[in-house]
Structures are given as structure tokens and as C-alpha cells.
Ligand binder design. Structure first.
Ligand code: RB5
Length: 149
């Protein structure tokens, strides 16, 4: 199951990503926003998605706002969340290979819709390399334990 969310700036791309995921037979939980016309606050939707991933209620998430910046700031407040703001297919792929990102963050106002969908596919279809990259993620987990105790 993949949980997705956006603000108004990411609404259209979120809808396109939802269609892509459903076409791939992925179960999608869409936490809003439910239209692109009303101005909403990205922290509300970033929180909903990141909380589910942080609690283990969803394995992965996708967040979209205008630039992706606000959503990535919010999502990375949550323990266990590794939210990666990607700008191209290479970054989306590396977000999984090296960072094992469990949330992919995209900018609806800066990405071409087709390329953004290819980025989601590249992230989903890649496999974390582990090894030295796991050791680096372990350091991040240790930091979280220290900072959030
Ligand atoms: C909304 O106008 C915009 O600020 C938001 O979508 C996002 O880009 C914030 O980082």
C-alpha cells in the first residue's frame, strides 16, 4: 500500500501519480487534498502521509506540493521517515538505491507530468543496495534515537 498526499500546488500531479499506481495494481490511500482549487496548507497533508509511514501503517508514500520543498521539510521531522525530494529520474532512482527513501517527494509546479510518473516508477522499481549505504542509514537512525529520546 502506498499513501499519497498533496497540497493544491501538487494536486494535479498527485492525481496523475494515483492513476499510475492504480494502473500498476498498487493499493493507494489518498489522504488529499481533494481538489486543486482551494488553497490548503502543505504541512497538514505532509503530516498525514509521513505519520502513516513513520508508524509503519504504510510502507511507502508519495508527497507533492508546488516545489516539493515544504513537503520534504515536514516529512523528515518524523522518525523513520526518509523523504527524498527528487528533481529527475536519476535522483528518484538513487533515492531508493542509496537512501532507501520511503517517501518520494515531487514538485508539481516544476516537473513535467510524464517525467514525474517515470520518476515514481524508477523509485518503485529500484532496490536498495544495502551494505555501506545501510551503515549510513544506521547512523541516521542513531541520531534519531539521540535527538527524539
Ligand atoms: C503553495 O503555494 C506552495 O508554497 C507549496 O505548494 C510548496 O511549494 C511549498 O513548499
Amino acid at each position: 500500500m502506498i499513501v499519497i498526499g498533496s497540497d493544491h500546488g501538487g494536486y494535479e500531479l498527485k492525481e496523475a501519480i494515483k492513476a499510475l499506481l492504480q494502473a500498476r495494481s498498487v493499493t493507494v490511500l489518498d489522504l488529499g487534498t481533494s481538489n486543486g482549487g482551494d488553497s490548503v496548507d502543505y504541512p497538514d497533508f505532509g503530516e498525514s502521509v509521513a505519520r502513516k509511514v513513520s508508524l509503519g501503517e504504510a510502507e511507502k508514500g508519495v508527497l507533492v506540493c508546488g516545489t516539493g520543498i515544504g513537503m520534504s521539510i515536514v516529512a523528515n521531522k518524523f522518525p523513520g521517515v526518509r523523504a527524498a525530494l527528487a528533481a529527475d529520474i536519476y535522483m528518484a532512482k538513487m533515492a531508493k538505491l542509496h537512501n532507501n527513501a520511503n517517501i518520494l517527494v515531487l514538485g508539481g509546479r516544476v516537473l513535467d507530468e510524464n517525467e514525474a510518473c517515470e520518476m515514481v516508477a524508477a523509485w518503485l522499481d529500484s532496490t536498495f543496495e544495502g551494505g555501506r549505504h545501510q551503515a549510513r542509514l544506521d547512523k541516521i537512525s542513531a541520531l534519531e534515537k539521540e535527538l527524539y529520546k
